[in-house]
Structure formats: C-alpha cells, structure tokens
Design a protein around this ligand. Structure first.
Ligand SMILES: *[C@@H]1O[C@H](CO)[C@@H](O)[C@H](O)[C@H]1NC(C)=O
Ligand SMILES: *[C@@H]1O[C@H](CO)[C@@H](O)[C@H](O)[C@H]1NC(C)=O
Ligand SMILES: *[C@@H]1O[C@H](CO)[C@@H](O)[C@H](O)[C@H]1NC(C)=O
Ligand SMILES: *[C@@H]1O[C@H](CO)[C@@H](O)[C@H](O)[C@H]1NC(C)=O
Ligand SMILES: *[C@@H]1O[C@H](CO)[C@@H](O)[C@H](O)[C@H]1NC(C)=O
Ligand SMILES: *[C@@H]1O[C@H](CO)[C@@H](O)[C@H](O)[C@H]1NC(C)=O
Length: 704
C-alpha cells in the first residue's frame, strides 16, 4: 500500500491561511531557528538520514490536532540543517481520520545502498524505514499475522524516490511481531527501533526498547526483513521511568581513530535529571561488537556518591548503640530504639545509605511514630547535606532544622526506599546554634522516614545516577543521523517534555526540535564524556553584528545591556571565583527580560556549587504546569585557565546553554511576552573578573 498524500491542510482551516510551503512563522512563541511544523502536534524526531545531500527529518506528528494522537510521520528536508522545507506526510496513520487501525510510532531510516532488502528496482536505491506499529484494535493483518489490541510491533516501509513517498511492506509486516519469548508479556511496551549498518559484521542492527523493563534488545539482520535477537542490555543507571528511543553509535575518543567507543543514548520518562520533572535523556559509554553492547565500568553508577570531600560528618548512625547512646533525644515509639539496617520485616530493601546503619523508622512497620532530636550545634558551613528516603510528608515524615525552636528548613522523601542526597543552603544562618529533628508522626501510607549521613560542607551533595545528555527539562527522544561520514555524529532532540508537552501555550503548533547538535567524545576528568556543539552548518544565520564588551571586573549588582532582541547567540566568559560562603555567589546574564524585569530568564554560574543554571521561574507564562517555573542545574568545572565559558542560544520560546567545551548542556522552553527583549549581566556575592560578553542576532530561517 502506498501511503502518499498531498500536503495536509486538514485542521488548518481554523487558523489563518498559511501554506505549508511558505509559512510566515511570526506567531508570539514561534521559534525562528528551531524546527517546528507549521501547525499541529509534533514529538520525537524519526528517520534522521543524510542522503544525496539532503538531511531528512521525519517526526511523530498528529495531522489532526495540537495534542498527541493519530500518530503519523511528518517530514521535512534541509540542505544545511538550518533552513527546512516541509514535505508531505510520509506515513499517515492507517484509517485516518475515521477509524485508525495502525499508528506509526518512532523509528529510523537507512539507505540500503547494496539493495540487501531487494526493495530496489530500476537502479533506484531503496530507503528503508523501520518503525513501531501501534495497533489500537486486535486484528488480522494483510500479512496473515494477528495482533492484539494496543500491541506494539516493528514494521518496515521503503521508498524508491529518496524518501518522499513510502510503501509499507504489508506482505510481511510486522517484521518483528512480538518480543522474545522470555518477555512475551511485554508486547504493549516494545518499541522505537533504531537501525544502522554495522560494517565489521556486514549486518544491519536494530536496537529496541522494552520500555517498562529498562532493557534494550539488539537484533541483527542481513536483509532488513528477517531479524534475529542477538542480545540485551540493562537495566542500568537511571530507571525512574520507561526507557524509550534508544540509539547506539560509535565515536572516536579525542579524535583518535584507534580509540573508538560506542555510546548508548536512551530516553527516560519520567525520571529525568535531578531537579527536573518528566522526561530526560541519559547516555552510557561502552563497546559494541556487532552483537552485544557492554558498558564501561566508569559509565555505570551504583551505590551512593560519597559526601563532598570537605564534609564534617555530624551523624552517620554507625556503631552499636541506641539513638540515645549516639546523642539523640528520642520521643514516642523511638525511645529505646536504635538505628537499623535496610532489611526490616515487611519493608522492601532500603538502598542508598552509607555504612551499616541508618535511621529507619519502619521499626514496627509504619505504626512506629516519634521524633529524634540532635544535640545543638553551631552552623559552620554553607550546606547541611543528608541522605533521605521514605515518606513524602514535609511536616510529618520529615527532617527539620530548628533555630530558637523555629523550623527554618525541612525535607522529606519521595515515597522511595532508596535514599538520595538533599541539602539545605544555610549560608544565611552561619554561626547560629541549631538542632536537627527527625519526625515520623504518620502511621500508614509511607508513614516512615529513612535518614543517614548528616554532614556539613561548603558544597552541595548530589546523587549521580546517570550521565545526562542534557540537564534541562526539554531535551528528549534524541536520535542521531544515519548516512554521515564515520567521524561525524549529529543528533536532534525533541525540545519538550511529557510532563507539560500538551499544555504549552503555543498555537497553531506544539513542540519544537532542538538545534541539531554535533556530538563527540572527549576525555574529561579521566572519563570519556559526551561533548556537544550546535552544528557548524547552522551558524550561517548568526550575524556577528551584535554587542561585544569586556570588563576586567564587574561589580556586585547588575549591568544593563539594553534591548538586545529575542533570537540570540550569546558567548559569555568570566573567571571562576572562590565563593563567599555566606551568600549566593553567582554570575550570569538575564535574557528575554521585560523593561521592568518582571519577566526574565537567568542563565549563569554558581561559584559555590560549580554549576551552570537556567532559572525560568519568572520567564513569562509559567502557569500552565506547576513544575514549569523552576531552576535547572548542570555541573561544570572551570577550564585550565580558570575561566567559565557559556554559549547561550535564545529563541522566541527557548534557551539552550552549552557550558565549557559542551560537556554540560541545559535546554529549556520559555514563554515570554513579545516585549521581553532586554538583557543584563548580574554578579552576586562579590565582583566577577575577566568578563566578556558577545551577543549576536540570529535571523529567521523561515524568511526565504
Ligand atoms: C474499525 O476497524 C476495525 C478493524 O478493522 C473494525 O473491526 C471496526 O469495525 C472498524 N470500526 C468502524 C467504526 O468502522
Ligand atoms: C534489488 O534487488 C531486487 C530483488 O532481487 C532486484 O529485482 C532489483 O533489480 C535490485 N535493484 C537494484 C537497483 O539492484
Ligand atoms: C539487619 O538487621 C536484622 C534485624 O536486626 C538482622 O537480622 C540482619 O542480619 C541484619 N542484616 C544485615 C545485612 O546486617
Ligand atoms: C505543613 O505545615 C504547614 C504549617 O502548619 C502548613 O502550612 C502546610 O500546609 C503543611 N504542608 C503539608 C504538605 O501538609
Ligand atoms: C562566624 O564566626 C567566625 C569565627 O568566630 C567568624 O570568623 C565569622 O566572621 C563569623 N561569620 C559570620 C557570618 O558571622
Ligand atoms: C498561559 O498559558 C496557558 C496555556 O496555554 C493559558 O491558558 C493561559 O491563559 C496563559 N496565561 C497567560 C497569562 O497568558
């Protein structure tokens, strides 16, 4: 069956007449240089292929609306990864719009230059797409295969006109109907094939996800039609949500062709980076031999990161005594009790604590209630760090910091028996006398608290569970291009998040793609690390006519840069600084601010925590989702010269930050008003030295 349609204007009539070929792209939040469809809903990038001088971008698309549904493959093409041309829908949901019997979920495309599939004819190279078929109904397919309601299975289609029109391989689809027998119950969550040619073994490889089990399945094939399961990988590292959209690809480390590593890039939803809610993308460095992906041990995180080196341990609950013996004053059921280990009757194993014992108030199950109050101590360092798990009630299964009997800081768990680090910034309370109180007054429904390793440090303790491709909330389902030279790796991510993706205030489209990013691997801190930069090709639309200023020192306070615009490339560099521990110590730039600063997005560096950050809490319209107004952090050390370098890409509804060499990125959407064109630099907690700021305009890529 040929699935070929004219450009689809369904659903467009409600909006002003914009032709798909020549959209005006001037709506309030319309990205000027990030890809968006003219109208309707978009999610994952699919089928990224460079072929005959053209970059293809297929994408998950709903032809009938601005929220997820009727999943089809939209299509756009580009010669420079910058200017995109809309193409007709490549794969339209079967039966659309009245009775959809198959949707086309995510997948990838290869050029079968050797005609291994036999799909070629008349000298034409077949392009082959492999995607997940989603069947809303149980049905018997033209191939004679039967599928169950809501089944996900893998199918192929081919194109003989360089990707413009596609023929689904109905005589045999789906070519991978079911997961392997061991995982046969996973047929509802088996998806997102990423296919590529593996030259050493002369085979096609497909990497698939068993989403709920946090596993990748690797298949091999000689002809793209008949697939054999070869191995599996996972679960490892971040597993806080389903695994989706896996990719594996090779890259040389430090441009050394004799040191090639493979990277597995995996979407995760929810369970993204620390401080985000919803989707995220992690990567794992390792090796692939044509059959099996093996992770490098330094790319796997197990157990809890120790507290920062300078920590003074206040309470680790080790030894043998009761709470009272350890200097804590118990009340209620905790009188006479002791720290426990992580295997208590009726409780799932507790993980993530350090040493042998911790505070675990699941002593008589959740029925145990009481408090533990520490001896008083002088606050001597900026952070109080502790490991915490258990219940989620900030008042009743909690840890409190009390000064003069007042609760000034509180923390609680997240309904998890796995402890992770939390911190209080107590810089403003230095030299004051305080006590810590551990409280459990809840008797059921996560009515217990787990606490360990309370310690004082000048740095915040963080739990590292994964290598994050991006530390922001808006980079998901990333996919790399097939068809590039072996030393080139370019990827695009969906610049949105399932937490609020369907609520963002854009119209008549929803969702944008990230800037196409060039990936490489560099040794940083002794570890092969993913490094990212906007593709060079992309820079053609940057006009180097903007502001360029240097200061040997910027005093504490702010410096206005005036009205600089809405689509910008900013280069910011400055010297690292020893933080004054008593107060926030940051430097950065405010962008997309209104003249009165009521709207603003802060991009900067925290000298105390050695982190870059984007604060979008006042970035404009933040009201459509309660988790949207927030600040996102990514670790970044100063370079060898003691400088911090940030490249910031601002668009009409996004900010993407590349820190250092590109080893830390933060991608965030923002929805500021049209008049939010102002910028300022800010320095808090002291002056900042050797500052240079360059701001360049980025012109619309939709003008011509
Ligand atoms: C929709 O398609 C399914 C599967 O072919 C069929 O069983 C069902 O009757 C159809 N429904 C309608 C309303 O046409
Ligand atoms: C590809 O293989 C098919 C099946 O063997 C054959 O009919 C066709 O001629 C081949 N096409 C090309 C371009 O080689
Ligand atoms: C944990 O504590 C329980 C109860 O006191 C004890 O039976 C068990 O041996 C301990 N386990 C470990 C690993 O120490
Ligand atoms: C916790 O207690 C404070 C003060 O009584 C109250 O305002 C707040 O709503 C409580 N929070 C929750 C989650 O119960
Ligand atoms: C805290 O006390 C120390 C030692 O007495 C002193 O040097 C320091 O200035 C004090 N810091 C603050 C913020 O009061
Ligand atoms: C913010 O966006 C939401 C979702 O589109 C919309 O309902 C709301 O009216 C917007 N708020 C403002 C102040 O524009």
């Amino acid at each position: 069956m040929v699935i070929l349609l004219k450009p689809l204007f369904l659903g467009l009539s409600a909006f002003r007449a914009v032709s798909a070929e020549n959209p005006r792209y001037t709506e309030l939040y319309r990205p000027q240089y990030h890809f968006t469809p003219p109208q309707n809903w978009m999610n994952d990038p699919n089928g990224l292929l460079y072929h005959k001088g053209i970059y293809h971008l297929y994408y998950q698309y709903n032809p009938g609306g601005t929220t997820w549904g009727a999943m089809s493959w939209g299509h756009a093409t580009s010669r420079d990864l910058t200017h995109w041309e809309q193409q007709p829908i490549a794969l339209l949901a079967r039966g659309y719009p009245n009775n959809i019997t198959e949707m086309f979920f995510s997948g990838s495309v290869v050029a079968d230059v050797d005609n291994t599939s036999g799909f070629g004819h008349s000298g034409k190279t077949p392009l082959v797409a492999m995607y997940t078929s989603y069947y809303p109904y149980a049905q018997t397919l033209p191939s004679g295969k039967t599928v169950q309601a809501n089944q996900q299975a893998q199918s192929i289609a081919y194109s003989l006109d360089d990707g413009m029109t596609w023929v689904t391989y109905d005589s045999a689809n789906p070519v991978i109907s079911d997961p392997p027998a061991t995982y046969s119950d996973q047929f509802l969550n088996f998806r997102d094939p990423n296919i590529f040619w593996h030259n050493p073994t002369k085979k096609w490889i497909a990497v698939l996800s068993l989403a709920e089990l946090h596993k990748l399945l690797i298949y091999t094939s000689k002809d793209l039609k008949s697939w054999t399961p070869a191995s599996e990988f996972g679960p490892v590292n971040a597993v806080g949500g389903v695994w989706e959209c896996p990719n594996i690809f090779p890259m040389s480390v430090d441009d050394d062709d004799n040191n090639v590593k493979w990277v597995a890039m995996i979407g995760l939803n929810p369970g993204g980076p620390p401080g985000t809610t919803g989707s995220g993308t992690q990567y794992i460095v390792g090796n692939f031999d044509g059959t099996t992906f093996t992770a490098d041990t330094d790319s796997i995180f197990s157990g809890t990161t120790p507290p920062p080196r300078d920590s003074i341990i206040f309470a680790d609950f080790e030894g043998t005594g009761t709470f009272a013996d350890l200097g804590w004053t118990p009340s209620g059921d905790l009188i006479g009790q002791s720290p426990a280990n992580g295997t208590l009757s009726g409780q799932n194993p507790v993980t993530g604590y350090l040493g042998k014992r911790l505070v675990n108030t699941f002593l008589n199950g959740d029925a145990t209630t009481g408090t533990l109050t520490s001896k008083s101590f002088l606050i001597s360092k900026r952070y109080i760090n502790f490991l915490i798990g258990g219940g989620h009630d900030i008042n009743n299964t909690a840890v409190h910091l009390k000064v003069d009997g007042q609760i000034l800081r509180s923390a609680t768990g997240t309904n998890s028996e796995s402890l992770s680090w939390q911190s209080w910034d107590v810089g403003s309370l230095l030299n004051q006398s305080a006590v810590i109180q551990i409280v459990d007054t809840v008797t059921g429904g996560w009515g217990h608290i787990n606490v360990d390793e309370i310690s004082f440090s000048d740095s915040m303790a963080r739990s590292q569970v994964a290598n994050w491709v991006d530390w922001g909330p808006d980079f998901y389902a990333a996919q790399g291009y097939n068809g590039l030279s072996s030393d080139e790796r370019i990827a695009i991510g969906w610049m949105n998040n399932w937490q609020y993706g369907g609520l963002i205030p854009t119209s008549p489209w929803r969702s944008a793609m990230s800037i196409p990013r060039e990936f490489s691997l560099k040794t940083i801190d002794g570890k092969a690390t993913l490094v990212q930069a906007p593709t060079e090709k992309w820079s053609s639309v940057v006009s180097h006519k903007g502001l360029d200023q240097s200061w040997s020192s910027v005093d504490q306070g702010t410096k206005s840069l005036g009205s600089v615009g809405k689509a910008l490339q900013i280069e910011l560099s400055f010297s690292d600084r020893e933080p004054a521990i008593a107060e926030a110590s940051q430097f950065g730039i405010i962008v997309r601010a209104t003249a009165d600063l009521k709207q603003q997005t802060r991009v900067g560096y925290d000298f105390a925590t050695k982190e870059i950050f984007v604060d979008r809490s006042q970035s404009g319209n933040v009201s459509f989702d309660r988790t949207f107004p927030a600040t996102y952090y990514a670790p970044l050390a100063a370079n060898a010269k003691g400088q911090i370098d940030l490249r910031v890409y601002v668009d009409w509804s996004s900010v993407e930050v590349f820190g250092g060499q590109g080893e830390s990125t933060i991608t965030t959407q923002i929805f500021p008003s049209d008049s939010a064109t102002y910028a300022q630099v800010f320095s808090t907690g002291g002056n900042t030295r050797n500052v240079r700021v360059e701001i360049n305009q980025i012109s619309s890529t939709w003008d011509d």
